[in-house]
Structures are given as structure tokens and as C-alpha cells.
Design a protein around this ligand. Structure first.
Ligand code: URA
Length: 243
């Protein structure tokens, strides 16, 4: 059996390019999109250690076709650099929904489901050491029945399904998208750190402090993750670590 995980940087980059080419080709089937340019792709190195997941692009993101470049995006990128010592160019930044909802309203469950395969594939290709969710919508992808006010800034280990492709399919050249019935689902651990959305951080002095305090923890959390042994087994589906 061969894991569909890709290890080599150029293959990962190519896989991401192909993923978005495919999405653009099929833009008419997507909710919210009226033209190819409505799609705001994820941005960053394909082998990034950290994957940030926001909610959906806004006006400026759609104009530039880049995630987090508007007011809250500038606050997010500044906090990342100044408080965590990490440049925006070192991380991969994406969204739950890749097209701007009208008037920046909350994404609907149907819209989230429609873009799920793309985000799942981004996670699989990048295989980041840490996923940081920004806001409650991306948090809900990994953590059920929790309040962001209670779990923000706390690291979670989440069991996550990994798509494995059988050698039989590979030998026959069956494309991954057509091999669903023959795919074997396995699970692996993902580290997820829920954070407030930067727009919430801009709302009040207290929220800003909280947002900044969480970002200051990132280097220590990454160091802690890198020191974990891959073989370590865990008792519960979601295990919480105190940071
Ligand atoms: N807010 C988000 O959630 N994503 C963006 O890309 C911009 C603002």
C-alpha cells in the first residue's frame, strides 16, 4: 500500500498547482463563484510547517486573489511576524471557503462542504506540523462541541483520516478521484491550535491582547511538536495540551 502523502517539495508544489487548476476548470460547479477570478487560492510554500486556515476571502482578498491582505489580514501578518517571529512567506495560508460570500456574511454549511475536498487535499499535500485555525468556522472542522473562548491558544491532537491508495489502483493507473471505492481510509494524528479570527482581535483591546498572547506561544508549541515521537500512542480521540 502506498500513502498518497507526497514528500518532495517540487512534487508538493506541483500537486497544489494542479489542485487549483482543477478547481478553476470547474468553477461553474462551485457555490459563490461567477468567474474563475473569484477563487482566492491558498498561498505559501508547499512544505510549510504551519498551515493557517481562515474563514473566507473578503473584498481585498478577491481583488488581489491572495488570502488575508485586507485590514484583519494585515493585523494577522503583523502579529505573526512581530509576536511569533515568523514571516508570512514561511507559512501556508488558506481558507475554509475559497470565494467571498456576499457582504462578507458567514459561510453556509453547503458552501463549507463544497470546498471541503480542496482544503482536505491541501492538508494532505502540505502535511504541516501544525494547523492553526483562525475563527470558529475553521475550528469546527477539527473540534466539535467546543467554544472558541474556552479552547483558543490550546494545542489539540486530533485523529484525522488519511487517504491511502492501493498499489493495485496505482498499477492500473486509476486516478485518485475515481478510486474512491478502492481507497482505504486510515487515521493519523494532526496537531491543531485554535485561535480567534484576527477580525475579532481588532474588535476590542481585550480581544487584541488575547490574540497576541496566543501568537506568542507558536514558537514554543512548534518546538514541543518537533520533539514528539511519531510512535507515541494516545488514549483519546482529542487530547488537549496545556500551553
Ligand atoms: N478573513 C478570512 O477569514 N480570510 C481571508 O482570507 C481574509 C479575511
Amino acid at each position: 500500500m502506498v500513502n498518497s502523502k507526497i514528500d518532495n517539495l517540487s512534487e508538493k508544489s506541483e500537486a497544489l498547482v494542479n489542485l487549483y487548476k482543477e478547481l478553476e476548470k470547474n468553477y461553474e460547479k462551485l457555490p459563490l463563484a461567477t468567474k474563475v477570478d473569484d477563487i482566492v487560492p491558498g498561498e505559501g510554500p508547499a512544505d510549510a510547517k504551519i498551515l493557517f486556515i481562515g474563514e473566507a476571502p473578503g473584498y481585498y482578498e478577491t481583488v488581489e486573489r491572495r488570502p488575508f491582505v485586507g485590514r484583519s489580514g494585515k493585523f494577522f501578518r503583523k502579529t505573526l511576524t512581530e509576536e511569533a517571529g515568523i514571516q508570512g512567506s514561511e507559512v501556508y495560508i488558506s481558507n475554509i471557503v475559497k470565494v467571498r460570500p456576499p457582504e462578507n456574511r458567514d459561510p453556509t454549511p453547503e458552501e463549507i462542504v463544497a470546498f471541503k475536498p480542496v482544503l482536505d487535499r491541501e492538508i494532505e499535500i502540505i502535511n504541516p506540523k501544525l494547523i492553526i485555525t483562525l475563527g470558529r468556522f475553521s475550528m469546527a472542522k477539527f473540534l466539535m462541541n467546543v467554544k472558541i473562548s474556552q479552547v483558543h491558544g490550546r494545542l489539540h491532537k486530533v485523529r484525522w483520516p488519511v487517504t491511502k491508495i492501493t498499489n493495485e489502483n496505482l498499477d492500473k493507473g486509476v486516478p485518485e478521484s475515481e478510486a474512491n471505492d478502492k481507497q482505504v481510509k486510515e487515521e493519523r494524528d494532526l496537531f491543531v491550535l485554535p485561535m480567534y479570527h484576527p477580525a475579532a482581535g481588532l474588535r476590542s483591546g481585550k480581544m487584541r491582547e488575547s490574540f497576541i498572547a496566543d501568537f506568542k506561544k507558536i514558537p514554543k508549541i512548534i518546538e514541543w511538536i518537533e520533539n514528539q515521537k511519531e510512535t507515541e500512542s494516545f488514549k483519546s480521540t482529542v487530547e488537549e495540551y496545556l500551553f
